[in-house]
Design a protein around this ligand. Sequence first.
Ligand code: SF4
Length: 181
Amino acid sequence: MSDDHSLELLSRFARLISADRGDRELQPVHWLALGFLNRANRYSRTPKGLTAWLDQTKGSVSQTIAVLEKKGLVSRHSDPADKRVVRLDLTAAGQRMIALGMTPVAEQMLSYLPKNERAQFIQMVERMIKNQISRMQGRQFGLCKDCRNFIRGDSGNHCQLLGVPLQGFESEQICIEQDAA
Ligand code: SF4
């Protein structure tokens, strides 16, 4: 396959997904933001964390947050420990929306592949994205449990970087500060 053809296919693939408005009045960027807020840990669910995840300008991300707030899917509040820091959380409606699944077009396109090919495809895409992010020296946003600052202990886990205890479920969350071990 020529490089030109690969580029054309990848572009068409991305365009089909990004043009999908879906039947739930959400654009793909809204789904990406909801997905991030569903998977990120408490330190990463901020406008700054979301901006890094979406790799967009602060202005665009503010608009995305405003839309999600207006739809009642995301709430914003000050961090009790530091009032200057804004934290974002999914509301109950946001969690219900996430439970509905990804954008219809992306879901449909993946459904054309048998289960084993779908898993292989996801792994390949993951590898390509990780390599590209590393080449661009961007953030990896890996899982907390794979971070060099994640300390597992008999009486509980804790984060060496932030000096805080971590609850069990937090080891599976993604973190803006993750530093792959
Ligand atoms: S251990 Fe690493 S990934 Fe987990 S909260 Fe601390 S910095 Fe983030």
